[in-house]
Design a protein around this ligand. Structure first.
Ligand code: THU
Length: 134
């Protein structure tokens, strides 16, 4: 599957990033199993720990709308000059949030060496903490 369209959506959202503290703008686009796309950007805060990453913003939008099955998420970041950065990967907290709602075969679309590549959640977080009540 060619996820270029999903990466293009993630790029579009960069313009909505609220990132006055880091100057680093991140966009994410989350594709559901039924073909819907939910977008998110990073939203920073003067109290730095209250910052929300783009990936979690996208999941919050999707879950809030009732979405349940997720296929792939594209994430991309740009510096304060709008230059896209290579090798932007989801942070650890975002990986754990993905593991809450997605299986190991969930696809994460990123830029590596100047081109789009797909990595699996199982590769990024092989030993996620899971619900021990199950
Ligand atoms: N950021 C994301 O949006 N996603 C990540 O996976 C890592 C980091 C944001 C948070 C902060 O606003 C900025 O990038 C710099 O850390």
């Amino acid at each position: 599957m060619d996820y270029t369209f999903l990466m293009e959506k993630a790029k579009e959202v960069i313009k909505n990033s609220y990132s006055p503290y880091s100057g680093f703008s991140v966009g994410a686009a989350l594709l559901t199993g039924d073909g819907r796309i939910f977008c998110g950007c990073n939203i920073e805060n003067a109290s730095f720990g209250a910052t929300i990453c783009a990936e979690r913003s996208a999941f919050a939008a999707a879950i809030s709308d009732g979405a349940k099955n997720f296929e792939a998420l594209a994430v991309v970041g740009a510096d304060k000059n709008g230059v896209l950065k290579d090798g932007v990967m989801p942070c650890g907290i975002c990986r754990q949030v993905m593991a809450e709602f997605c299986d190991g075969d969930f696809k994460i679309i990123v830029y590596g060496n100047g081109k789009i590549k797909t990595v699996l959640l199982s590769e990024l977080l092989p030993s996620a903490f899971t619900d021990f009540r199950k």
